[in-house]
Design a protein around this ligand. Structure first.
Ligand code: HEM
Length: 310
């Protein structure tokens, strides 16, 4: 019973941290300062960030309890202060869980009383980045000893940050393109400018994810253990993740090279506007569902012994 709870709470932590980091960053680079403050259509941003921070805070603390209970052999043993303090003081994942809880708590403390502006967004993005980086100590990123250790750690941190930028932007686009009772031309141009502006960032993200993912794979699969990709549970889940990633790439390319240019043209003719927006919404919903499935797989196989350790 505890293991599935640990996996679900890892997924909740990945999702909360990546939205907190990636969606606050999205608002900073994709939404112009003037448009952001004035536009009622961005009312979703502050509740989204506050709920992500609250979810991350709860999931980090519950995740710490659940994983300590797995190690201690039972929930009652795991709830003991001696077990918890041992995990927090001696184990990387224990400390990293506290870093996430403190980061999320500070973001919540900042977001609740305050009107959202670029300063609070920058602070949220920084706190979010710290919580994303801390995942390296929750998975295998910090487990490599010796000369390759810092390379693996650095690559894994970069990997989580790139994943956060992508997933945070996807959630931002879903809200930005959400159907509204009173759609206006100004909002349509904010939407198109954000989509168009993301295309450059998108290529850098894909390159970063593939390069850092290959470094991760070098240490956790190993150049001589490739068959482990289909003969071991860890390898099979990673392979399934790469398949879903390929699906996300196809959708992202379709958004960039077909759906976004089509929207550009459609904005001038009212008749074509809604079908163009609808096609983008559908594509973004599928891409986001694949992204959550990727995080779900990582939440699972990040707990298994990697191929290189078998
Ligand atoms: C949208 C694409 C991707 C997302 C959202 C994503 C997300 C993640 C996340 C959140 C982690 C966990 C970091 C940790 O806990 O330490 C991770 C680990 C990993 N990723 Fe990715 N990733 C993506 C693409 C890739 C690609 C393209 C590769 C391979 C080329 C890859 C290979 C790996 C490996 C080997 C790990 C280590 C898992 C472990 O700690 O055992 N990922 N990924």
């Amino acid at each position: 019973m505890l293991e599935p709870a640990v996996i679900i709470l890892r997924l909740a932590q990945y999702t909360g941290a990546m939205i907190l980091f990636g969606s606050s960053l999205f608002a900073l680079y994709a939404l112009a300062p003037s448009g952001m403050a004035a536009s009622a259509s961005l009312r979703w941003l502050r509740p989204l960030l506050a709920w992500s921070a609250a979810g991350l805070l709860a999931a980090s603390l519950l995740g710490l309890l659940a994983q300590t209970s797995v190690l201690a052999g039972s929930l009652s043993e795991g709830l003991k202060l001696s077990s918890l303090s041992a995990v927090v003081t001696t184990m990387g994942f224990g400390r990293s869980a506290l870093v996430r809880a403190v980061g999320a708590g500070l973001a919540l403390f900042l977001l609740l009383p305050r009107r959202l502006d670029r300063t609070s967004l920058r602070v949220c993005a920084m706190l979010g980045a710290v919580t994303c980086a801390s995942f390296a100590w929750m998975g295998h990123g910090a487990a490599t000893e010796g000369p390759g250790g810092s390379l693996h750690l650095g690559a894994d941190i970069l990997h989580s940050l790139a994943a956060g930028v992508w997933i945070g932007a996807l959630v931002g686009f879903l809200f930005l393109l959400k159907r509204r009772s009173s759609d206006d031309a100004a909002l349509d141009h904010v939407r198109h400018r954000a989509l168009h502006g993301f295309s450059g960032i998108g290529s850098v993200l894909v390159a970063t994810l593939v390069a850092s993912g290959l470094v991760n794979s070098w240490f956790l699969i190993g150049p001589t253990r490739i068959p482990g990709l289909w003969t071991t549970p860890y390898g099979q889940l990673l392979s399934l993740k790469l398949l879903l990633f390929a699906g996300m790439l196809v959708l992202a390319a379709a958004n960039r090279f077909h759906l976004t240019p089509t929207l550009r043209v459609a904005l001038d003719t009212a008749a074509a506007r809604e079908p163009a927006l609808g096609a983008l919404r559908r594509s973004l919903v599928i891409e986001s569902a694949l992204a959550i499935a990727v995080l779900g797989l990582v939440a699972g196989f990040g707990m298994l012994a990697p191929v290189s350790a078998q």
